[in-house]
Ligand binder design. Structure first.
Ligand code: NAD
Length: 360
């Protein structure tokens, strides 16, 4: 299997956080005896400046030849003129399309060391461990758009196949967790949701009778995520509902800089990135939280390279570092905050010295 890992640092804090994750991946390679090959590509604003294109053909080719792609973030004020012919975000959308990634996985976990960084009460945060599976390539974001002077519309459309493949992935993932899938829709109002619910019910009954399936309306889930987040295991939903619910849930984890994501295709490389943007307000200062990117690298090890023990070692090392108070300012406060690079180095050292070596 290809052990080529494509690194796309992108813009803003992207190069800083991807560099930290690379150090961690190098520690994994060294500790577990793997031979990863890293190659960097251009994407986003930096790619526009260098080539005129937000996703140069060489970057697409590099990503398609790789086992997995680790991306920092794209965008920034210098490329945000709405009348510009090309924009950084187009590079990301084009890459998702080129890789055919249809399911976006976003784990949200709470860590005791970070309870203080969340605005919610500790008693609500204890033990939260949710995996969101968001449909990524269909629904209202991609439907036909119409506009005249006094009227506008966005079509929300889903095919059976689009719904089935993301639901199947959610059921399979739940089997390896606590075995509960919450399928989120708005079936009391939307026809697409009624089709979604029908397919979820049939799949659950025929293919995954061992997984507990519950249906829930999106408005109720928005409330329950803050009232009783522990009740959720795997939450699967369509594109726009998933976009909104995952941002809401990120508040549980304490900082947007903590959260990783994986975007998976039916076959071929996956795309792994932190959920945050390029954070231009702190770019170049060496204080960005690299944990979302490092945990995304762990997901790459798990989903694209099949290296479960290595993925767990990265996750454990990250939680341990945070548990010892080693983190950036957004999670441990101004007084105790460490630089991005030092957090990456501490996590890499924990992998090299920790129980991972014993497992290897
Ligand atoms: P953002 O996520 O970049 O920043 C929001 C806030 O969170 C800022 O205060 C920032 O400093 C903080 N933050 C973000 N990541 C952090 C980290 N790792 N460590 C510590 N703090 C962190 O969102 P924004 O400001 O709305 O967008 C900035 C740019 O990023 C825009 O150009 C936007 O289009 C782009 N963007 C890109 C992506 C992506 O590449 N996937 C996603 C969202 C936004």
């Amino acid at each position: 299997m290809s052990r080529l890992i494509a690194l796309l640092p992108g813009d803003g804090v992207g190069p800083e956080i991807v560099a930290a994750a690379r150090v961690v991946l190098a520690a994994v390679a060294d500790t577990f005896g793997h031979d990863f090959e890293f190659r960097e590509g251009l994407i986003g604003g930096g790619a526009i400046d260098a080539t005129g294109q937000p996703l140069p053909a060489e970057t697409t080719a590099l990503c398609q030849a790789s086992a997995g792609v680790l991306l920092g973030a794209v965008g920034g004020p210098q490329w945000s003129d709405p009348s510009a012919p090309v924009r950084p975000e187009q590079g990301l959308l084009a890459l998702r399309r080129a890789l055919g990634v249809f399911a976006n996985l976003r784990p949200v976990m709470t860590l005791p060391a970070l309870y203080g960084a969340s605005p919610l009460k500790e008693s609500l945060l204890d033990g939260v461990d949710i995996l969101f599976v968001r449909e990524l390539t269909g629904g209202i974001y991609f439907g036909a758009k119409q506009r005249d002077a006094d009227r506008a519309s966005d079509l929300c459309s889903y095919t059976r196949e689009e719904i089935e493949r993301v639901l199947r992935l959610a059921f399979e993932t739940a089997r390896a967790r606590r075995g509960v899938v919450t399928s989120v829709d708005k079936a009391n109002v939307l026809e697409t949701s009624r089709l979604w619910r029908e397919i979820a019910t049939r799949l659950g009954r025929e293919e995954f009778p061992d997984v507990k399936l519950e249906h829930a309306l999106v408005d109720a889930v928005a409330m329950q995520l803050l009232q009783d987040p522990r009740r959720f295991d795997v939450v699967v939903t369509e594109n726009m509902f998933g976009d909104i619910l995952t941002d809401e849930a990120s508040v549980l984890a304490g900082s947007i800089g903590m959260l990783p994501s994986a975007s998976l295709a039916a076959s071929g490389p996956g795309l792994y990135e932190p959920i945050h943007g390029s954070a231009p307000d702190i770019a170049g200062r060496g204080i960005a939280n690299p944990c979302g990117t490092i945990l995304s690298a762990a997901m790459l090890l798990r989903h694209s390279l099949g290296l479960e023990a290595e993925a767990r070692a990265v996750e454990q090392a990250t939680y341990e570092a945070l548990g010892r108070g080693i983190g950036t300012v957004d999670v441990v406060g101004r007084e105790r905050g460490s630089p991005t690079r030092a957090v990456g180095a501490a996590i890499a050292a924990a992998i090299s010295e920790g129980p991972a070596r014993a497992i290897a």
